[in-house]
Design a protein. Structure first.
Lengths: 787, 267
């Protein structure tokens, strides 16, 4: 391994510009003559719009234009789309209402877009917004996930009982039979709390229109600029793709929330032509709370069947998923195909049946958030397993070990074919790291100091590298999920790699360069990674679902192989040898069995000057592209163990120890991977202990700022002890699986299992705030007194 | 934020003059409440009078049995003051735990006391230590100064110039932070001056800072955490929100009082 090659913890190349304030984010982009947009948002969760009077506002200083939904319709700008079709149990398609970028006669959540004001300055736009008179007919709101279906209040006429779909997966009859034959059944009611993504950089957009060429440009905070262009062009109808450029420059975190195509960027790019000026919008934090797509929000009843030997024989799950007021871009896939196929966890469960009802409510749209469906599935499985072990009087580690899948490939009853893994190895390593043998003593020590200590396991699995295009197409996806890459070799042998993946914190500029530098045997400084601009990168599907390594880098791998193959042809001419006799290693083309060789840079130069070969026999130049479509999902898995200490006086939970052992397959940059694990755990701990978006019964978001929405801080977290095991992924050339979401998936059940271990009962929901834990402790005390 | 004019007088006297002349003017003394409120367009003063350049409002001195803290002293200055650390370590400790480093280097004692946020820390210290709030017009004892949620006895045109703290024999502060905002969900300052014992509670009371007289009585027997065993603050009159209902907050008053006493007696 070289100092910068595959497997080396190379420092991130991009950090110099980030930590010296030289990153270039959307809000750093200012176009000549730029105007500013402000969105007037609904203060009501549910209301008809009887009239919008803009007369006074339009006459205010600096106002360039005020636009409503009618203006979009007049310009034939379509509504926002949901790109994944789900079918009901009876085979009928899901019932989706329209999703206009600006309201059409009705608003459906607090923060919904009523109209946009474009003015010379943001302050003028805001001033004008206060002069707009909207005549609302306020309607009752439906907010609660569990009771939305069949509620009197209807969010969309297209879904008269507020149910978007009722969907199912698995083998129902076999599952019922398994439960009939079960020796023991464990039952659990679970709420997976709603979360607000809160990337450090809020969403932003700058729309620009070049009247000379008729070309629109949209600079925006996107995880997938090509998908944004496709949707804005083919579905929303802003402009044909060749007349629409989308640039996603440096993006300060996304966690899924910047995958989606929202109202604001759509309106900004359209309005740029309307007012004849570039138009900027930058979300403030309150807008981000109100209008970024939220995550999770499931209510679930789950049951696990076991036989007399403690083997798991069946799992049945009934989930209601809140999708909010409109179907966001990939919302329908999250509680279905990104959720139920993971319900087998790491376990050999012969019969699984899951039913999912998705409901509309008068809340912000809910879509993919770090892990997207897989954290929800893992929480169900790992809570059930832990509780089952407790009810059966089994050690939770041994119970897991007994029920692990141990031979591969393994076909689950819920679509997935696990290709490789060694869950027992991860568990053993995690037990060693946490010193499981010493937990009894540590519990006693805590008790002596008036504290309550508990330990909790999470043996997660997830499906990454989404995904084989044909497979997701058969499940309802509107797009294929391959990735593209282009490797452009300059005449001096430096390399530009254009990728359809997008980096918004993941460190692609380093990791991808490591791969290319390693394969071509050239210094890492000679490799530049270019992404995030539809004018530069031809096409791509973007970054989410931990796919940039497994899919994005596999495309680069393929393209580099093509470059090497072409280089061999050039080298054969230069070295006057047969192409079949040319080897490539350590940055040199050589003739087998001789000392004749040509370094990579010289080969590139020869390819471009093209003096040594006939242009009819071999094309000059050295540039290759590749599209890579994976053959399977990848299946990262691991074991996280969390140890907590509760102060029964205050209800404060301190995480004392954390062991994380993950199997991500091969790893390119261990430091970056470990960083992803740390960040993921932090978000997972946030969900378990701190974060929870709450609407009141009127549909007002009561956690609409950091004053009430609790984000994890450094002092909420322990020092993580991270270990790794490796089983190579057989479905991609690099053998890698993906690491971006693992921590966020693994962490919540580990924390709650630890807390419930300390409490001695299961009655605690996320987030386990000090108040909630204190109440649960009172219950523990009452119970102990009764016993 | 709406447009406003900005003034930066060089003395309290000039500031008072501006305040009298400008209609709808607000004093800027750190701005950690005012500025966010203005950014949200919930406050719209036509003029801001920044006290940051008023040299006469700065400085910390000890005068015999009192410590005098200029109103524009930042929380960090109070926390790091050798005078405060030596005379009333509990007060320095309190200041060192206000907000985060940004807040501590911008926020001031005068701004905090004048705002009387029910979740701010300083009102508890003022009330428990029996501080005197000195303005450009008069002197007010803390018991008379804090009159309700965000309410004080300050009159129109009145500017706090300094806060005078008696040096006590024992003082301690403990707070339970709101997990999200990290303001005091419950903060308790205890002080012992001779036989006079005071327990002031912030964060919990519906009317803002208040004294817990039962705890004071209990501590008079012996100034030790043990004296508080079995003593419970009732949940009536206690704030309730999503982070803590009245019962939990009332319970935390007891826990924090014990911790504050333990700190005061050096345990």
């Amino acid at each position: 391994m070289s100092a910068t090659g595959i497997g080396a913890s190379v420092r991130r190349k991009e950090d110099h510009r980030f930590i010296t304030g030289q990153g270039r984010y959307t809000d750093d982009i200012n176009r000549p003559g730029q105007a500013h947009a402000y969105f007037l948002r609904s203060p009501h969760a549910h209301a008809t719009i009887n009239a919008i009077d803009i007369t006074a506002a339009a006459a205010m200083p600096g106002v360039l234009g005020i636009f409503t939904g009618d203006d979009l319709t007049a310009d034939k700008v379509g509504g926002l789309i949901c790109g994944w079709m789900i079918h009901n149990k009876d085979g009928s398609p899901m019932r989706a209402g329209p999703h206009p970028a600006l309201a059409q006669g009705k608003v459906r959540y607090v923060g919904d877009h009523v109209c946009v004001i474009v003015a010379e300055t943001l302050a003028q736009a805001r001033d004008a917004s206060e002069a707009i008179v909207v005549d609302y007919g306020v309607l009752p709101a439906v907010v609660d996930t569990a009771s939305a279906a069949g509620a009197k209040t209807v969010v969309h006429a297209e879904a008269p009982d507020n149910t978007v779909f009722n969907w199912h997966l698995g083998n129902k009859d076999e599952t019922e039979a398994a439960f009939r034959a079960a020796k023991h059944v464990t039952k659990l009611d679970i709420v997976n709390n709603r979360l607000v993504p809160n990337p450090m950089e809020p969403r932003a957009a700058v729309g620009d229109y070049d009247d000379g060429d008729g070309i629109f440009t949209l600079y925006t905070t996107s995880q997938n600029p090509h998908v944004a262009r496709l949707v804005l062009s083919a579905f929303i109808g802003i402009a044909p793709e060749n007349k629409l450029r989308v640039v996603a420059p440096d993006v300060g975190g996304g966690f899924g929330s910047k995958i989606f195509i929202y109202a604001e960027e759509t309106v900004c790019v359209w309005a740029a032509k309307k007012v004849g000026r570039p138009v900027k919008w930058n979300s403030d934090r309150t807008e981000a709370f109100l209008s970024d797509a939220h995550g999770r929000d499931h209510v679930t009843h789950a049951e696990l069947a076991t036989d007399a030997d403690g083997r798991i024989t069946g799992l049945r799950v009934k989930t209601t998923a809140n999708l909010g007021a409109y179907l966001s871009t990939f919302s329908s896939s999250v509680p279905t195909y990104l959720y139920a196929p993971l319900l087998s966890g790491s376990y050999n469960i012969p019969a699984i049946y899951a039913e999912v009802d998705a409901v509309y409510t008068n809340t912000a749209p809910v879509d993919a958030y770090r892990g997207a469906g897989r954290p929800e599935a893992t929480f169900v499985v790992e809570r059930l397993i832990e509780v089952a072990a407790r009810e059966l009087g089994r050690d939770p580690a041994k119970f897991r070990m007994q029920n692990y899948i141990k031979s591969f490939p393994h076909q689950t009853p819920v679509i997935m074919m696990y290709d490789a893994g060694n869950y027992g190895a991860s568990l053993k390593k995690a037990l060693e790291i946490i010193d499981y043998k010493g937990i009894g003593k540590r519990k006693r020590d805590s008790a002596r100091h008036g504290k309550m200590r508990g330990i909790g396991f999470s043996s997660y699995i997830e499906a990454c590298g989404i995904a084989p295009s044909a497979a997701v197409g058969s499940l309802g996806a509107g797009v294929g999920l391959w990735e593209s890459a282009e490797v452009r070799v300059n005449p001096v042998g430096t390399v530009e790699v254009l990728t359809g993946s997008h980096s918004h914190g993941q460190g692609h500029e380093t990791t991808f360069a490591q791969l290319v530098s390693d394969k071509l045997g050239i210094p890492i400084e000679n490799v530049s990674i270019i992404h995030g601009d539809t004018d530069k990168v031809q096409m791509g599907m973007g970054t989410y679902g931990s796919r940039s390594g497994a899919v994005g880098m596999s495309a680069i791998f393929k393209a580099v192989d093509k470059v090497i193959a072409k280089g061999k042809k050039v080298a054969a001419y230069v070295l006057e040898a047969d192409e079949a006799d040319i080897d490539f290693a350590d940055g040199h083309f050589s003739v087998k069995g001789t000392d004749r060789k040509l370094d990579f840079g010289s080969c590139a130069l020869q390819a471009y000057i093209a003096h040594k070969f006939n242009g009819q026999d071999l094309e000059p130049g050295l540039k290759e592209g590749a599209f890579y479509d994976p053959t399977n999902f990848t299946f990262p898995a691991g074991v996280h163990i969390c140890e907590v200490e509760i102060d029964p006086q205050t209800g404060v939970t301190r995480i004392e120890r954390w062991a994380a052992v993950d199997d991500f397959g091969n790893v390119i940059n261990p430091m970056i991977v470990e960083g992803q694990v740390h960040g993921g755990i932090a978000q997972g701990v946030g969900q378990a202990l701190l974060e929870g978006a709450k609407y009141n019964s009127d549909g007002q978001l009561v956690t609409a700022s950091f004053m009430d929405y609790c984000m994890p801080r450094a002092d909420d977290l322990p020092s993580f002890q991270v270990g790794m095991t490796v089983t190579e992924c057989p479905s991609n050339p690099l053998g890698i699986k993906g690491c971006g979401e693992a921590g966020a998936i693994a962490a919540p059940p580990a924390v709650i299992n630890a807390i419930t271990d300390a409490l001695g009962h299961e009655d605690i929901a996320m987030p386990a705030t000090p108040q909630a834990v204190w109440r649960a402790v009172q219950k523990s005390i009452t119970r102990m007194a009764a016993e | 934020m709406y447009a406003f004019t900005y003034h930066r007088p060089g003395s309290a006297r000039q500031a008072a003059g501006l305040l009298a002349r400008k209609e709808d003017a607000k004093i800027l003394a750190g701005g950690h409440t005012l500025l966010p409120t203005m950014k949200q367009r919930l406050a719209a003063p036509t003029a801001l009078i920044d006290l940051g350049a008023c040299g006469d409002l700065k400085g910390i001195v000890r005068k015999g049995r009192v410590v005098v803290i200029g109103a524009m002293s930042t929380h960090a200055e109070v926390a790091e003051s050798a005078i405060v650390q030596e005379a009333i370590p509990g007060l320095a400790y309190l200041a060192s735990h206000i907000g985060d480093p940004h807040v501590r280097h911008r926020g001031t004692i005068g701004g905090s006391v004048a705002n009387n946020d029910p979740a701010a820390d300083y009102p508890a210290a003022c009330l428990a230590l029996g501080a005197t709030i000195v303005t450009n017009q008069r002197k007010l004892v803390a018991d008379d100064f804090f009159t309700g949620l965000y309410e004080t006895a300050l009159e129109e045109g009145e500017i706090i110039t300094k806060v005078v703290f008696p040096v006590v024999s024992r003082a301690g502060y403990a707070k339970f932070r709101n997990p999200a905002s990290r303001y005091a969900l419950v903060g308790v300052f205890v002080a012992k001056r001779g036989s006079d014992i005071r327990v002031a509670v912030i964060g919990a009371g519906e009317g803002g800072v208040f004294r817990w007289l039962e705890a004071e009585t209990a501590l008079k027997a012996r100034f030790a955490p043990k004296s508080l065993e079995g003593l419970k603050h009732p949940a009536t009159g206690i704030n309730a929100d999503m982070h803590a209902d009245a019962e939990y907050r009332a319970h935390l008053i007891g826990v924090m009082t014990k911790q504050a006493v333990a700190q005061a007696v050096g345990r």
